[in-house]
Design a protein around this ligand. Structure first.
Ligand SMILES: C[S@@+](CC[C@H](N)C(=O)[O-])C[C@H]1O[C@@H](n2cnc3c(N)ncnc32)[C@H](O)[C@@H]1O
Length: 272
C-alpha cells in the first residue's frame, strides 16, 4: 500500500484517534517514556508523533529549558498534537517522512529519540541505524510497537474477505512484516544497530465488542489498522463490510462478546 494512502487515512483518523486508540494504549506509551528518565534541558525527538501522546510527556520531562522536535507525515495528526502543547513548552513540529526528517537533524545533537506505534512503517533496523548517529554518546532511544502477532482476528477476517473478492484487491498491507516478533527480537534489533538494551517488555491491551459491527466501527476509527478499508476496491465496500462482520460474529464471538488482543512490545536502549 503506498505510504500516501496511509498518511491520508491518518488525516481522517486523527479526529477519533485518541478516543479509539490512545485512551487504551497511552498508559503503556507513557511507561516507556518514564523508563527513559528524561532530564530537564534535554533535546528530544519524537518520530511519528501522531496526536502527541509521547510528545507531551517529553515536553513535560525536558521542561522549559529543553527542546522537543516532533515529526509526523500526517497533517491531521500534527494539528491534534499541537492542541496539547502549552505556550511555555518548546516543541517544533515537522510534517515529513521520518527518514527524510532524520537527514535534516545535526549529528550527536539529541539526548532522547522515541517512536510510538510506528516503527513498523519502515524497516526498524534501518531506522535505528539512521537514529544512532544523531544521538549524543549515551543518548537513549525508546520504542513501543505492535507485536507481529497482534490483532490476529482482524487480520484473519481481512484475509477471508480478500479471498472472497480476489478481483477487487487494491493494495496489500505490509505493516505486519516489519513489526518486532517479541522483546527478544527488539533486543536483537537494538544490538545490531549499536545500542545497549536497557528495559524490554511485552504486554497486551484487551478490547471487547458486543458485535461484529462494533469491531468494524473500531477498525475504521483506530490507528491500529490505518489503511484497512483501502485494501479492497471502494465499489465493493458494502459487501466487504458485511463479510467482515459475518466472519467476526461466526469465528470470534464467544459468550456474547468478541475479544481482540492488541499485543505490543516496548523497549529502551542506550547508544554505545
Ligand atoms: C499509530 S500512530 C502513532 C502516533 C503516536 N506516536 C502515538 O504514540 O500515538 C502512527 C503515526 O505514524 C505516522 N507515520 C506513518 N508513517 C510515517 C512516516 N513514514 N513518517 C512519519 N510519520 C509516519 C502516521 O501519520 C501516524 O500519525
Amino acid at each position: 500500500m503506498p505510504r500516501s494512502v496511509i498518511w491520508e487515512d491518518y488525516n481522517y483518523l486523527s479526529g477519533g484517534y485518541d478516543e479509539y486508540f490512545s485512551n487504551y494504549v497511552s498508559p503503556h506509551s507513557k511507561e516507556m517514556v518514564k523508563k527513559l528518565s528524561i532530564e530537564k534541558g534535554a533535546s528530544c525527538l519524537d518520530l511519528a508523533c501522531g496526536t502527541g501522546v509521547i510528545t507531551v510527556e517529553l515536553a513535560r520531562g525536558t521542561g522549559e529549558s529543553g527542546k522537543v522536535i516532533s515529526v509526523d507525515a500526517s497533517r491531521g495528526m500534527i494539528e491534534k498534537a499541537k492542541e496539547k502543547i502549552s505556550a511555555n513548552q518548546k516543541v517544533e513540529f515537522i510534517r515529513n517522512d521520518m527518514f527524510d526528517a532524520l537527514k535534516t537533524i545535526k549529528k550527536e545533537s539529541l539526548d532522547f529519540v522515541t517512536c510510538g506505534w510506528a516503527i513498523g512503517y519502515s524497516s526498524p533496523l534501518k531506522l535505528f541505524k539512521a537514529v544512532r548517529p544523531l544521538l549524543k554518546q549515551n543518548g537513549k532511544v525508546g520504542i513501543i510497537e505492535n507485536r507481529q502477532d497482534t490483532l490476529m482476528p482482524l487480520r484473519c477476517a481481512g484475509i477471508e474477505v480478500m479471498k472472497r473478492y480476489p478481483a477487487h484487491i487494491r493494495y496489500l498491507m505490509v505493516l505486519p512484516f516489519y513489526l518486532p516478533k517479541s522483546k527478544e527480537h527488539l533486543k536483537q534489533l537494538y544490538v545490531s544497530a549499536g545500542f545497549m538494551p536497557l528495559y524490554l517488555w511485552e504486554g497486551e491491551v484487551e478490547f471487547n465488542f458486543k458485535s461484529g459491527k462494533d469491531v468494524l466501527n473500531w477498525v475504521l476509527h483506530t490507528g491500529a489498522s490505518a489503511g484497512f478499508d483501502k485494501v479492497m476496491d471502494a465499489s465493493i465496500k458494502d459487501e466487504c463490510d458485511e463479510a467482515f462482520i459475518e466472519i467476526m460474529e461466526r469465528e470470534h464471538k464467544k459468550d456474547g462478546r468478541i475479544t481482540i488482543l492488541h499485543k505490543f512490545v516496548a523497549g529502551t536502549a542506550q547508544k554505545i
